[in-house]
Design a protein around this ligand. Structure first.
Ligand code: ADP
Ligand code: MG
Length: 349
């Protein structure tokens, strides 16, 4: 579902940040729309945090400019940029109660005590923490601390919210729960949000758009579905989900269109079907390629079953949803794989 955005709120114009000879961020150009949830995704060291710190004003660009609401913020110090920030480590004031932690940004802005108390009360309710207002951070679980950090970032009602690996310190279940919470808060408060993560699932779940970064540069920007379904490069294909890269597959790959130089074919594991060698073919067999191979490995993961199948010179990964009455295959068994030729993607090397 595409959202329509009123206008651009944040603009990076060819921003470079050098640390000595290393460009942590290189010629970054990016527009973020009002109300958008944009995720910066990339491996460790790809420049995600630096991009966020540039926007927050904690780091100054070596070259280029950043605009917020069409105005350069080059001369605006970080405390004036009116952004709520949440980091991976909770960074609550350990010596202040939850309530006092939330009051802090309001105090900094000169909000009077009675008004502060009222706003903190309302915010505690909205993030479902009303009973915990008088606790110290050390008396909260990791998830609760991160909820307080989110509430504190939102309480002064900044138009922009910056999140750097906000759920990185939480375990898997809690992380999923908090993803839901962040999504709900984004819907409810409608803040323009930039979230940094190296977790692809988190990026896919939360974002309107994802920016994939590699070595300080943008590799691709698009909606989660478009990025997953039509990755432009081999790097994006492999970083966002699992990909069968058919570089030298050891069999003749059938393609609907000629393959241009510098590209390699790719197919997602869930687009490959597995069956017994003699199983009847599908009605759309003329649009499919069939190959035979040998099962090298089967990994059972509850709702999913993953096969590694040796075909020709390489191994193809097949991912299948577990269903009733399904035939399963064991190590060493011969199987037939097939896929729609239209499910192949050509990505640049
Ligand atoms: P990410 O958040 O994607 O892991 P960072 O933005 O933290 O990446 O870092 C990008 C690159 O810049 C890395 O190579 C890192 O070592 C370098 N870098 C980041 N901050 C500094 C700094 N203060 N001094 C020197 N190098 C830095
Ligand atoms: Mg980082």
């Amino acid at each position: 579902m595409e959202k329509s955005f009123v206008s651009a709120q944040i603009e990076f114009r060819s921003v470079t940040k050098l640390y000595g000879a290393i460009a942590a961020v290189k010629e970054l150009s990016l527009t973020v729309h009002r109300g958008e949830f944009l995720t910066i995704l990339g491996p460790s060291g790809s420049g995600k945090t630096t991009a966020l710190m540039l926007l927050a004003g904690f780091v100054a660009p070596s070259e280029g400019d950043i605009l917020i609401a069409r105005k350069s913020v080059a001369a605006v110090p970080s405390y004036r940029r009116d952004q709520g920030i949440v980091f991976q480590s909770y960074a609550l004031f350990p010596h202040l109660t939850v309530r006092r932690n939330l009051e802090f940004p309001l105090e900094m802005r000169g909000v009077k005590a009675a008004e502060r108390a009222a706003r903190v009360g309302r915010m505690l309710e909205r993030v479902h923490l009303s009973e915990l207002g008088d606790r110290m951070p050390s008396q909260l679980s990791g998830g609760q601390q991160q909820r307080v950090a989110l509430a504190r970032a939102l309480i002064a009602d900044p138009p922009i919210l910056l999140l750097d690996e906000p759920l990185g310190a939480l375990d898997r279940n809690l992380r999923e729960q908090m993803q839901g919470e962040i999504k709900r808060l984004h819907k409810e408060f409608g803040k323009t949000t930039i979230c940094v993560t190296h977790d692809q699932e988190e990026a896919l779940t939360l974002s309107d758009r994802i920016v994939v970064m590699r070595a300080g540069q943008i590799e691709q920007i698009d909606t989660p579905e478009a990025l997953y379904d039509r990755p432009a490069t081999r790097f994006v294909a492999s970083f966002l989900g699992e990909a069968n890269i058919l570089e030298e597959p050891g069999f003749k790959l059938e393609l609907d269109a000629p393959q241009s130089a510098g590209t390699v074919a790719m197919i997602r594991p869930e687009r490959v079907c597995i069956a017994a060698p003699a199983a009847p073919k599908r009605v759309d067999a003329d649009r499919r390629q069939y190959v035979t191979g040998t099962v090298e490995d089967m990994i059972y993961a509850g709702s999913l079953r993953k096969y590694h199948v040796r075909v020709g010179g390489g191994v193809l990964v097949v991912r299948e949803h577990v269903a009733s009455g399904q035939q399963t295959f064991q190590f060493g068994e011969e199987v037939r794989l097939d896929w729609l030729r239209s499910d192949l993607r050509l990505v640049t090397r």
